[in-house]
Write a new protein. Sequence first.
Length: 342
Amino acid sequence: MRAAVLHGENDLRHEEVATPRAGQGEVVVQVKACGVCTTDVKTLSGEGTPRDLPVILGHEVAGLLHEVGKGVEGLAVGQRVAVYPRAFCGECFYCRQGRHSLCLDQFGLAHGVNGGFAEHVLIPERLVNLGGVIPIEDSLDYDLAAMTEPLSCCFSAFRSAGIGRDDWVSIVGAGPMGLLHLLLAKSLGIHTIVTDIIPERLEKAHELGAEHVINGRKDDPVQKVQSITSIGADLVITALGATEAIEQNLPMVRNGGVFNIFGGPPRGSSIAIDPRWLHYGEIILTGTHGSSLSDFQQALKLISTGELDVQPVISHRVGLDDLLGVVQKIRKHELLKAVVLI
């Protein structure tokens, strides 16, 4: 089968590799769509490169069940599916709390086993047994189904923050994840403010229904948010990894509010925090990454029913051979969100 195989930093090769076969309890999915995540871009750049190389990246997967191993129940060849990528143990301290992203014994697609930038992907027995291979309706396009995983990460952020209808969220960064946060907030009845420095992305946020957009090059985002909300945002989500932007926007959150560092900062980076602001303001400074299986299921339901339209977030649909070029465009902010169609 054809696959995009990572051999090292900036070393992505298109190769013919053996098609996986389903063993006991496993399934093989014929990949129809796999989203390109910022994590894939960082990994290609050498940040968090897997120990075991070569490896196939890609964890935002939707496709067709190609082979079902012995002992698998409830799944059949020919079913259309979306795949939750994280094989958590289900038994550790964190799994018992439903916090699967913190599992002490986890692995997953492109994180211990090969991912979805290939014509076929093997889904391990643990992930199958957890219910991570979820049938989808015939009416749901594969590229939209592949957006379930990133949307589920947004679900995780809002769930952990504990905010609801008529609260204010300020989203810093109008990239694909920032826009998904925006769409999810709207569906939950939460008021929205979006900040970025790229005019085209702010225009996109406005088109998708942001109540307020702020150009960080022209205005002081903290002052603007304070003016709009009177006391600051109930929740601030930094949907980017730039530490300077994180630090500058800390005062954007109200006293007693939640500041979520959602975008992964570079390894070794740091920010300065006034401990008195944190203490006397009773600020909850946190972060979220990944999602639980329940988050994934809820995200898939929103997309499947059409209650949340993720279509406008996808700017490019490309072939497997275009993957490296797509990554280069993402690095230059020339592309919003790409889904590889196979």
